[in-house]
Design a binder for this molecule. Structure first.
Ligand code: UD1
Length: 417
């Protein structure tokens, strides 16, 4: 859906925001829900276009999926179709997590290559290699992937890179394969732990999630359950960066301190006051922001690639030069020309962005290139003098629930057309 965000900036934003459930947990957990033949109720699912598309995928394979007050109810007892239509696969990158789940539910699967944010090449070689290691026949032809699980067997799967999606697909396939499978160099993201906690509550036997080595003892069946999704650490990081860029102070309800360590260490180094009280967080921006010597994006527990764009607007105000090195995706500096148009001084060289501060931004007409880049442009507009217009073809709504209402409640002058 095409939207224009119109922002009058340069106001300190202060107040309290509740952080939504994690988008990157909901999607694999909805895929996992098809592995039972009962009903699953999944709570704290944010109302996002990615969640709605995932529900359409569930319906396309014959499940029923309903959304009410943040709860998605999935009944997969009537699933009959192993094919996901290409128009749904193209809507979101994480549609690929259905590969492992549908293959094990139906014995085979057929789907086209997934879509998602335009962040550069996003191959699925690690997903296919992992499924093949588990004895699943997987072939790619004319833009389609076809699998067959008739010879599936437990195995040791070593991932050449700790890919989040490939780890999830391997878990979703191995969880119902008889015997003990092992994943080494597994991704350690909190969303992987959430997926394993969900599966274990359904009756799976998975240990080691959150470490690089995950053991899975396959089970014959999984039962339907009620489950609550973890808080979205990237949404939390985004609101923290809103406080930083606008010189404000924000209280965050529903956060997990441990999931935010790389973010909060960096923000404290930049001069912010950050505190936690149970599941509440608090941030106050410093009078003067200290530039970041070097932010390097890394797999968890390193600094998340999804948070680097939203750090840029306040680093533009930093007292000297900041450097961001993007190690995960090759195309994540697309907002730089628009930030420069607003008055920033940022130079990119390959995987590095060099941000020279301090600069005051002014309002401009810009275009959101992807989800986190769109959020970053909104933050830049909130800190800029004058009016900005951010055109967005629907990227921001893929990841942030009630963003406009939340920012307005913090004192922003923002409207949508
Ligand atoms: C997930 C997140 C995304 C986040 C990313 C990295 C979801 C829905 N999305 O994406 O928000 O930015 O983790 O934290 O959870 N790669 C390969 N071959 C593969 C798979 C991945 O080369 O088969 C490469 C990718 O191109 C990328 C890197 O590995 O350079 C990381 O990708 P991955 O961890 O798989 O990210 P996603 O699961 O797509």
């Amino acid at each position: 859906m095409f939207l224009k965000y119109i922002v009058k900036g340069d106001r300190e934003l202060c107040g309290s925001v509740r952080i939504q459930g994690a988008k990157n947990s909901v999607l694999p957990i909805l895929a996992a829900s098809i592995l039972s033949n009962d009903k699953c109720e999944i709570h704290d699912c944010p109302d996002l276009s990615d969640v709605r598309y995932t529900m359409e995928i569930l319906e396309a394979i014959g499940c029923s999926a309903a959304y009410e007050n943040g709860t998605v109810t999935v009944d997969s007892s009537s699933a009959f179709n192993c094919e996901i239509p290409p128009h749904l696969m193209r809507q979101l990158r994480s549609s690929i997590v259905f590969l492992g789940a549908v293959t094990m539910k139906m014995g085979k699967a057929r789907m086209s290559m997934p879509g998602g944010c335009p962040l550069g090449a996003r191959p699925i070689d690690l997903h296919l290699k992992a499924l093949k290691a588990l004895g699943i026949k997987a072939r790619e032809e004319a833009g389609f992937i076809e699998t067959d699980a008739s010879d599936a067997k437990c195995a040791h799967v070593h991932l050449a890179f700790p890919s989040v999606g490939a780890t999830e697909n391997t878990i979703l396939a191995a969880v119902k394969i008889k015997g003990e499978s092992l994943i080494t160099n597994a991704a350690r993201e909190p969303e992987i732990v959430d997926l394993c906690n969900f599966l274990n509550a359904m009756g799976a036997h998975i240990t080691g999630s959150g470490t690089g080595t995950i053991h899975i003892e396959g089970v014959a069946s999984l039962k339907g359950i009620n489950y609550r999704i973890i808080p979205d650490r990237i949404a939390a990081a985004t609101y923290m960066c809103i406080a930083m860029a606008t010189g404000g102070e924000i209280e965050l309800e529903n956060v997990k301190r441990d999931h935010l360590t790389a973010i909060t260490n960096e923000l404290r180094d930049e001069g912010a006051r950050v505190e936690f009280f149970g599941e509440r967080g608090y941030i106050r921006a410093p009078g003067k922001i200290k530039s970041a010597a070097m932010i390097k994006t890394m797999p968890y527990p390193g600094f998340p690639t999804d948070a680097q764009s939203v750090f840029m607007p306040h680093l533009i105000k930093g007292d000297s030069t900041s450097v961001i090195v993007e190690n995960i995706f090759e195309n994540r500096f697309k907002i730089v020309p628009d930030l420069n148009l607003m008055g920033a001084d940022i130079v990119t060289e390959g995987r590095s962005a060099i941000i020279r501060g301090p600069r005051q931004l002014s309002g401009a007409h810009v275009v959101a290139p992807d989800l986190r880049g769109g959020a970053a442009l909104l933050i830049a507009a909130l800190s800029a003098k004058g009016e900005s217009v951010i055109e967005d073809e629907g990227h921001i709504a893929r990841g942030y629930e009630n963003l406009v209402e939340n920012i307005r409640s913090l004192g922003a002058d923002i409207r949508c057309e």
